[in-house]
Design a protein around this ligand. Structure first.
Ligand SMILES: *Cc1c(COP(=O)(O)O)cnc(C)c1O
Length: 358
C-alpha cells in the first residue's frame, strides 16, 4: 500500500503490532511504534522522505558511523490531551539544536520541512501509539549517521536521517524520588572546545564506564565537574542541574561543555513566570557544600526530556556528604514539575507557543 502525504512516500504496515502492547506496563526505549521515517543524503542533497514499517536496516561493516562515530541524535516527546488530541512539545527547539549539533560534527544541516513535517506526519500516522494516561508519552528519537562505506577519516558524503517513536511510561514508576550523586574527579564528561554541547553519541559512550563505577559505589548518577579545574558543576548524569539556594534558582551557565537542554530552558522560563529569581552562572561544588552548611541550600534537581525533572537528595564529594531537603521532594521542584507536566497534557495553557497540538 503506497500513498503520499506532503511528498513523503509512505508504505504502511499491514500488520500493526499495537494490540500486543500493554500500555499499563511501559518502560523506556523498548517498544517501537509501527512506522519509522527516513531520508537519505547523497549527491550533496537530502533526498525523498519516506515512511516505512519499523524494522531492521542492513549496513556494510565498512560503514563510516561504525568506525568514527559521526552521528547526532535528539529526544523529544508527544503527549495526549484529555480530549484525545496530541501535543508535540517544543519540536522547533529540538530541530534547531539538532542542526547546531550537526554543524559541530560536519553533518549537513537538514531543512525544517524534512525534520518537522516528517516528524509530525510520522506521529500522526502512529497517533494511536501515544499513551492516553497522564505522565506517559510517545518518545521521539530523530537521529542521523554517516553511511559512506569508507575507512578514511573525513566527513562522510552520505548520511541517513531517521525518526523512531515508541510509547514510554513515567520515568519514575513510584513518582519523583530524590537520587543520590557523587562527583568523579578522575573522569570528565566534556571539555570546552570538545563536543559536550552537541548531542552526539560519543558523549554517552564516554560517560558509561564512570557511571557504572558510581553505581557500584551506591550512587544513582554522577555530578560532573568542569574538566579544567574540577571545581564548577556542569551536569548530572545526562541531565542539566539546578540548585535553589537562598531563594534563588541557579543553573550553570552554558559554558561550551554543557548541553543546552530544552527542559533546562523550559524550567528557567516557567520559574521566571512564577516569580522566582533565576541565575545562569558558574556554580562551584564548594559553594553548594557551604550553602548546605549554612542551611541555605533548599533544593536541587536535574532536568531532561526523558525524566522531565529528577530531584537530588544527596551529594557526595571527596570526604564530604550533603543531604538536601531531608532527601524529600521540595516544594519548588514539585510546583515546576506540575506546571510542566500540565503543559504537556493540556491542563496548563500554552502561552509560549511550545505545543504543536493536532
Ligand atoms: C539531552 C541531554 C540533556 C537534556 O536535554 P533536554 O533537551 O532537556 O532533553 C542534558 N544533558 C545531556 C548531556 C544531554 O545529552
Amino acid at each position: 500500500m503506497i500513498d503520499s502525504n506532503h511528498d513523503i512516500q509512505i508504505i504502511k504496515t499491514e500488520n500493526s503490532r499495537i494490540a500486543q502492547v500493554d500500555f499499563s506496563q511501559l518502560s523506556f526505549g523498548e517498544i517501537f511504534s509501527d512506522h519509522m521515517y527516513q531520508v537519505e543524503y547523497r549527491d550533496h542533497e537530502w533526498q525523498q522522505p519516506e515512511i516505512h514499517p519499523f524494522g531492521d536496516i542492513t549496513i556494510s561493516p565498512s560503514t563510516s558511523i561504525l568506525h568514527y562515530g559521526q552521528a547526532v541524535f535528539e529526544g523529544l516527546k508527544a503527549f495526549r490531551y484529555k480530549d484525545g488530541k496530541i501535543n508535540i512539545f517544543r519540536a522547533r527547539d529540538h530541530f534547531n539544536r539538532f542542526n547546531r549539533s550537526c554543524k559541530r560534527v560536519s553533518i549537513p544541516e537538514i531543512s525544517e520541512e524534512l525534520f518537522i513535517d516528517g516528524l509530525y506526519a510520522l506521529v500522526d500516522l502512529d497517533r494511536d501509539w501515544v499513551p492516553k494516561e497522564k505522565y506517559k508519552s510517545l518518545y521521539i528519537r530523530p537521529f542521523v549517521f554517516a553511511t559512506d562505506k569508507f575507512l578514511g577519516v573525513r566527513a562522510s558524503r552520505t548520511y541517513k536521517f531517521m525518526i523512531l517513536t515508541g510509547p514510554v511510561g513515567n520515568y519514575y514508576k513510584n513518582g519523583l524520588k530524590p537520587v543520590s550523586l557523587t562527583t568523579m574527579p578522575d573522569f570528565v564528561r566534556a571539555v570546552k572546545g570538545g563536543v559536550g554541547n552537541a548531542k552526539v553519541p560519543g558523549n554517552y559512550a564516554a560517560s558509561i564506564y564512570p557511571a557504572e563505577l558510581a553505581k557500584e559505589q551506591g550512587y544513582t548518577q554522577i555530578l560532573w565537574l568542569d574538566a579544567c579545574e574540577k571545581k564548577f558543576i556542569e551536569e548530572v548524569g545526562t541531565m542539566n542541574i539546578f540548585f535553589m539556594i537562598d531563594d534563588v534558582l541557579i543553573t550553570p551557565a552554558l559554558s561550551g561543555s554543557i548541553l543546552e537542554g530544552i527542559t533546562r530552558k523550559t524550567v528557567l522560563e516557567v520559574a521566571i513566570g512564577m516569580g522566582y529569581t533565576t541565575e545562569e552562572r558558574a556554580i562551584s561544588i564548594d559553594e553548594v557544600i557551604s550553602a548546605s552548611k549554612k542551611g541555605t541550600l533548599q533544593e536541587a534537581f536535574g532536568t531532561g526530556t526523558a525524566a522531565v525533572i529528577s530531584p537530588v537528595g544527596f551529594i557526595h564529594h571527596e570526604e564530604k556528604e550533603i543531604v538536601i531537603n531531608n532527601r524529600e521532594i521540595g516544594p519548588v521542584v514539585k510546583k515546576i514539575y506540575n506546571h510542566i507536566t500540565g503543559l504537556h497534557h493540556g491542563d496548563v495553557a500554552d502561552t509560549n507557543n511550545w505545543c504543536h497540538v493536532f
